[in-house]
Design a protein around this ligand. Sequence first.
Ligand code: OGA
Ligand code: MN
Length: 206
Amino acid sequence: MNSSADLDHIADALAAEHWVLLRDWIEPELQHELLAIARQRLASGALRPARIGRVDGLRHDPGVRGDAIQWLEPTDPAPCVLELLHLLDALRVALNERLYLNLVETEAHFAHYPPGAGYQRHLDRFRSDEARTISAVIHLGEPWLPAHAGELRMHLHGADGEFEIDLPPWPGQLVLFASGEVEHSVLPTRRDRYSIAGWMRRRGSR
Ligand code: OGA
Ligand code: MN
């Protein structure tokens, strides 16, 4: 999962392309446990409609962003959540060693997109707070089929201009990208779509 050769590859790809996809980054068992917890918490009302904006006021606008989220805390009662936070934090340390990014912490939340929901094109870094440096998205769910839609669309820049890559949300995969560089969107999903979105942060105000 995080062998030193893998970590070198991840760091090289991030430095060269600003993003990297790692299939099967978490074990199937951990994926299933996290999915089960996300479903339970959705059913119990622990996930709240996500809001957009920052300094100018947070607002709920499901036309822009239709997911509901729960922030993951180091005190979480579920061992699988702690394991995932630990994996992300180990990755943060490994990226610091290789890319000198001075990443000091990781934050992450569960996200659930109901059928019909998506997230319009955006950057994860706020204009008012540049601490978010590396974005990490882990997709959860049953095996993906094209009819499920809900791809993560990456808006990328090449020598010939802008192009897009649509990543099906395969369960267990990790997508890492530069929070301040890579715009992306979640295309409207046709099934319940679960993910964990996380950010490795540089020193800065929250
Ligand atoms: C986000 C996000 C992508 C996904 O939460 O900022 O872009 O695939 N999520 O869930
Ligand atoms: Mn995002």
